[in-house]
Design a protein around this ligand. Structure first.
Ligand code: AMP
Length: 572
């Protein structure tokens, strides 16, 4: 029997009330077992609060205001009453729930899913009204509880405490008895970050089918990440033998996919950012000679002479309008460094030296596209010399890449095949952390009227929660300080996936959506914070915003523990 949306709402309500990861997985897998095979993909998407995978450019295009209008239409309430209630409650889901009356008719999950797609497809003149009318028809049919989750899905705030990993684990639990299934699903999801495809393949073709899921042009792969060390000499211990020290550019990672004349650029968040870089697209067309390809590189701002400029300069290119003018104002280079697929051949399980050779074979360097500069090193002294040279050139540091036969491209994994070494590491005790803002404290004195400090958290993927790690008040310039309340608007309630200590409740809650880079000096135990059961970053300092990262790509609590252990071992 087709899944009813009311069944999903019931499961979501239960999920909202539990925090234990195991219980969440047990509940979800019991539910998944009841879902007909043909609908497992839509149920998986909706449970993640999506209607398609992240990389597909499918957006509902409805902000809170429009959702409230749809509620007003459906319930025949004056708009100002709905808005007033929203100001009081601060959650469009609860507003919808309180105003929607008894259920008029049964909604199927499929009908909700299809209608949301119709909303996403609606564009052009009068589209706002048509979107609102689609949604209000759903609200008219829905029960109060269904309305709660419908509103939250539309504004992208479903947040049930069940993230990608919990859903993958629950699928594994529901459809296989095997322990290796979880790892296999996770790997497949890194190669193909589309929960619908993974779920459908698992139920139709089993684990064997999942193991065959492969890279495909125009389906971005989760990007391979680099580990870090405390001393440059450690690189050699972790990566014995020949290594390639590559310049580490301070820009934005790009995964370029091409087939025929079509080129799509994906960001590290797997967003389609092609329209931001028309100059890069044209340059790729001229520089890369292959029938089809997936290659990676870092796009970095340069001055007229081609000198490298910092990340902040590149950020001026993040815009919807005046793209061409800014392409001229802020020229860029694209330093390509990896090949994942070329002329139909998948290179994920090909060692780095051959991937690089393949990349060199298809690349004709031009004004914009260049090969990442590197030096093959056997001794750590050579690495150090190269590091000092690249810092002079304006690089952020180096990435050492293993040249061993097993140095494959490992999607979505922070492993020891790539090790980064940045200039900050030489100055400070600890590395920078990419943290998520979850709250704020009211400013006093000179800072009254703005925030005095932000509450920042690391991410725990096991439980899909943000655990607080530091209170951050330094490193902002005056302009940044003044903009904090606008950048981080307060919300009414503590989000379910944010864990704070009783001793450190912020004055304002902030939706965990923005990643910032923070430099710290030391990690200590502290009852004030919840990261990894009570670790805190001392003397944190704001470095910059990281709009290229999704909250789930922030520093994990596991990484925090690793760093802490290293620091303590050093001290002893
Ligand atoms: P981090 O963001 O500090 O974890 O450093 C890893 C990032 O460095 C990657 O995601 C890339 O965006 C960037 N990067 C810059 N140059 C290179 C390079 N030559 N090879 C790989 N990654 C690079």
């Amino acid at each position: 029997m087709a899944v009813k949306f009311s069944q999903m709402a019931d499961v979501y309500q239960k999920l909202e009330c539990i925090t234990s990861g195991n219980q969440i997985r047990a509940l979800l897998s019991d539910f998944f077992k009841t879902v007909p095979l043909a609908e497992i993909d839509i149920v998986s998407y909706l449970t993640l609060g999506q209607i398609a995978s992240k990389y597909e450019d499918i957006n509902l295009g409805m902000a809170e205001k429009m959702v409230l209008k749809a509620v007003a239409n459906a319930t025949e309430q004056p708009a100002n009453r709905v808005n007033k209630l929203f100001r009081k409650l601060g959650d469009a889901g609860i507003v919808a729930e309180q105003l929607v009356g008894k259920r008029q008719r049964e909604l199927s999950a499929r009908e909700v899913f299809d209608t949301l797609h119709s909303i996403a497809r609606t564009a052009g003149a009068g589209s706002q009204e048509r979107k609102i009318s689609y949604l209000s028809r759903l609200f008219t049919a829905a029960s109060p509880l269904e309305a709660r989750y419908l509103a939250r899905i539309v504004i992208g705030q479903l947040r049930l405490g069940a993230g990608e990993k919990a859903i993958l684990d629950s699928l594994a639990l529901a459809y296989t008895g095997s322990k290796t299934a979880k790892t296999m699903l996770e790997h497949a999801y890194n190669v193909c970050p589309d929960i619908g495809i993974i779920a459908k393949t698992l139920v139709n073709k089993g684990l064997k089918g999942v193991s065959k899921i492969n890279v495909q042009v125009f389906r971005p792969v989760q990007m391979m990440l680099a580990q870090r060390v405390d001393k440059i000499s450690e690189i050699h211990r972790k990566m014995p033998g020949l290594m390639s020290a590559e310049e580490k550019y301070d820009g934005e990672r790009i995964q370029a996919h091409a087939k025929g004349n079509t080129i799509i650029l994906y960001s590290r968040r797997l967003d389609n950012i092609t329209s931001q870089f028309p100059d890069v697209v044209a340059a790729l067309r001229a520089s890369i000679k292959a029938k089809d390809y997936i290659i990676e590189g870092e796009v970095v701002a340069v001055d007229k002479k081609g000198n490298l400029l910092p990340f902040q300069t590149l950020m001026a290119r993040r815009r919807k309008y005046d793209v061409e003018a800014y392409a001229r104002k802020v020229p860029v280079h694209l330093y390509v460094f990896d090949a994942l697929l070329v002329n139909g051949r998948n290179y994920l399980r090909t060692a780095y030296p051959e991937r690089r050779r393949t990349l060199e074979r298809i690349t004709k360097e031009g004004m914009i596209v260049k090969l990442a500069r590197r030096k093959l090193c056997e001794k750590i002294d050579d690495v150090e010399t190269f590091f000092n040279q690249v810092i002079q050139r304006g690089c952020e540091g180096i990435i050492a890449k293993s040249c061993a036969p097993g140095a494959y491209y490992t999607p979505g994994t922070r492993g020891w095949l790539w090790i980064k070494w940045k200039r900050e590491y030489q100055k400070e005790l600890a590395d920078t952390f990419d943290l998520v803002v979850v709250g704020a404290f009211a400013g006093k004195g000179r800072r009254s009227g703005t925030y005095g400090a932000l509450l920042c958290a690391a991410y725990n993927p096991e439980t899909d929660t943000f655990e607080t790690f530091c209170k951050l008040g330094t490193g902002f310039n005056d302009k940044e300080l003044a903009q904090l309340p606008r950048k981080f608007p307060a919300i009414k309630q503590q989000p379910k996936n944010v864990s704070v200590s009783r001793l450190l409740k912020p004055d304002y809650w902030v939706a965990p959506a923005t990643v910032i880079e923070v430099l710290g000096a030391e990690i200590t135990k502290s009852p004030l914070h919840t990261a990894a059961g009570g670790l805190a970053l001392r003397f944190p300092r704001f470095v910059r915003y990281r709009p290229d990262k999704r909250p789930e790509q922030a520093t994990t609590t596991k990484e925090v523990i690793k760093m802490a252990v290293r620091v303590y071992t050093e001290l002893r």
